[in-house]
Write a protein that binds this ligand. Structure first.
Ligand code: NAD
Length: 462
């Protein structure tokens, strides 16, 4: 189902007019709406969980902990801090302008377009929307067509809370996204694959629109021999197989010190069985692959690979068991592209230079994980490599701290959000110098002084 270009253009015009009229809207109005959004999320919680189950067979526990709670936390952070963040921010003045008052005046960007993915279809659509609205912008949000039940509930919730001229949810497929991208926006926020990120960046360049790209990549997980095997395995299994491996920050592949590979593999298998039982297909806590196109791609990537554990799958219900693969060649699809499914390659290293060979042969990842007790080793890895964000001795948990900015680098994205970082992202800080009339440095006006020596000394000190 796509929306006609005329309807989209009409929506865009209405949002432009709304923004012009309400640009200096009181902060209390935004807060009122965010509070209402929070109430509606509470009352519709069951429906949201149901939609997520229909789209991804997501267990209620995961829907709460990785979807709705995130959005509610973001709402309360914004409500709590919005008045303070929106104040003018004084900065040090320059002597050359004496006397002056210099400050930054926060201003919303205006009309924002958001395009979101299907893997955490509620949270990844609503969290940036909350930040953008808190900062005073209008939003047109296109959720992913691959999670239609969640897209529908997002639309219902937003329609109940906001007038469409302020926040509108547009359901649709690629055609709708393309039509939206052709229009001029004040900001574009995109979450999805690196390949579509390139299309979005190109479209944004056409109108010189600033853009945030939250993309994916191959996030390495390095384990050295000093790491406690059992806890390490437990935390890797949790981070990798949550949402059936369809998590942008999931460990994509393991790089394990050779001496502990057998023990770690055994521990991983044990933890998988503990989490999802002997037959993960029967587990209520194990999800499914989003659609058959992605399912087929994942199964194809297993061809000619040595499967250490799992590998069984059922096309009818899009089930792929948690799977461990032994040392796939670096030029195989498993090691060339982001996996984004429940398949975990295990590679080994003996010397640290071998880590560099593999990590540096791939694009800059979204996340970087290291399990070790050796401080020197950890610090050296953290300093040496480039990545969106890192966790030492765990997986995924950096996403949950909204004091930390979240985003990628290079082909895993650009721009960061969450909490205050969202407010900053969706706000243009206008630098302002407010002068007075009572004093002027006479030398600044022509005819200029002939000797520059004193002037040079003065200017250097300013
Ligand atoms: P996708 O890029 O296929 O789709 C994302 C959105 O873009 C959807 O709404 C879709 O309709 C739209 N879209 C698709 N093709 C388009 C085109 N040609 N022009 C314009 N819009 C288009 O991504 P996906 O399959 O939904 O999600 C998986 C990817 O997203 C993975 O690579 C994953 O790593 C990444 N991801 C990143 C983050 C993050 O926060 N960095 C979070 C979740 C997912």
């Amino acid at each position: 189902m796509n929306t006609s270009t005329a309807t989209l253009q009409n929506l865009r015009t209405r949002q432009t007019n709304f923004y012009k009229k309400h640009k200096n809207q009181r902060i209390s109005v935004r807060i009122q709406h965010l509070k209402k959004l929070n109430r509606v999320l509470e009352t519709r919680e069951k429906d949201i969980f149901e939609a997520l189950y229909k789209d991804l067979k997501k267990p209620a526990f995961e829907s709460l902990t990785s979807e709705t709670i995130f959005v509610q936390k973001e709402i309360s952070t914004q409500i709590k801090n919005l008045k303070y963040w929106s104040l003018a921010r004084p900065v040090k003045s320059s002597w050359i302008n004496f006397p002056s008052r210099d400050y930054l005046l926060p201003e919303p960007y205006g009309n924002i377009l958001m395009i979101s993915p299907w893997n955490y279809p509620f949270q990844l659509a609503m969290t940036p929307m909350v930040g953008a609205v808190a900062a005073g912008n209008t939003v047109v949000l296109k959720p992913s067509e691959a999670a239609p039940h969640t897209a529908q509930i997002i639309k219902e919730i937003c329609t109940e809370v906001f007038p469409e001229d302020w926040v509108a949810v547009v359901e649709g497929e690629v055609e709708t996204a393309s039509a939206l991208l052709k229009m001029p926006w004040d900001y574009i926020f995109f979450t999805g694959s690196t390949s579509v990120g390139r299309i979005v960046a190109r479209a944004a360049a056409e109108h010189l629109t600033p853009v945030t790209l939250e993309l994916g990549g191959k996030s390495p997980c390095i384990v050295d021999a000093s790491a406690p095997i059992k806890t390490t395995a437990k935390r890797i299994v949790w981070g990798k197989f949550l949402n059936c491996g369809q998590t942008c920050i999931a460990p994509d592949y393991l790089l394990v010190e050779k001496s502990i590979k057998p023990a770690l593999t055994e521990a991983l298998i044990e933890e998988i069985k503990k989490a999802f039982g002997a037959d993960s297909q029967q587990s209520e806590d194990y999800g499914r692959i989003i659609h058959s196109k992605h399912f087929n791609k994942l199964i194809d990537s297993l061809k000619d690979q040595k499967v250490l554990f799992g590998g069984n799958h059922t096309a009818e219900n899009l089930f792929i068991a948690p799977t461990l693969v032994d040392q796939p060649p670096l030029d195989s699809p498993l090691m060339r592209e982001e996996i984004f499914g429940p398949i975990l390659p295990i590679l080994v290293y003996e010397k640290e230079s071998e880590i560099a060979e593999i990590v540096n042969s791939l694009d800059k990842p979204l996340s970087f994980y290291v399990f070790s007790k050796r401080k020197k080793f950890i610090d050296s890895l953290l300093k040496t490599y480039s990545y969106g964000g890192a966790v030492v001795n765990d997986t995924l948990v950096h996403f949950g701290n909204d004091h930390l900015p979240f985003g990628g680098i290079g082909s895993s994205g650009m721009g960061v959000y969450h909490g205050r970082h969202s407010f900053e992202l969706f706000t243009h800080l206008k630098p302002i110098v407010k002068r007075s009339f009572w004093f002027d440095l006479p030398q600044r006006y022509a005819p200029y002084p002939k000797s520059l020596a004193l002037l040079k000394i003065l200017l250097k000190r300013l």
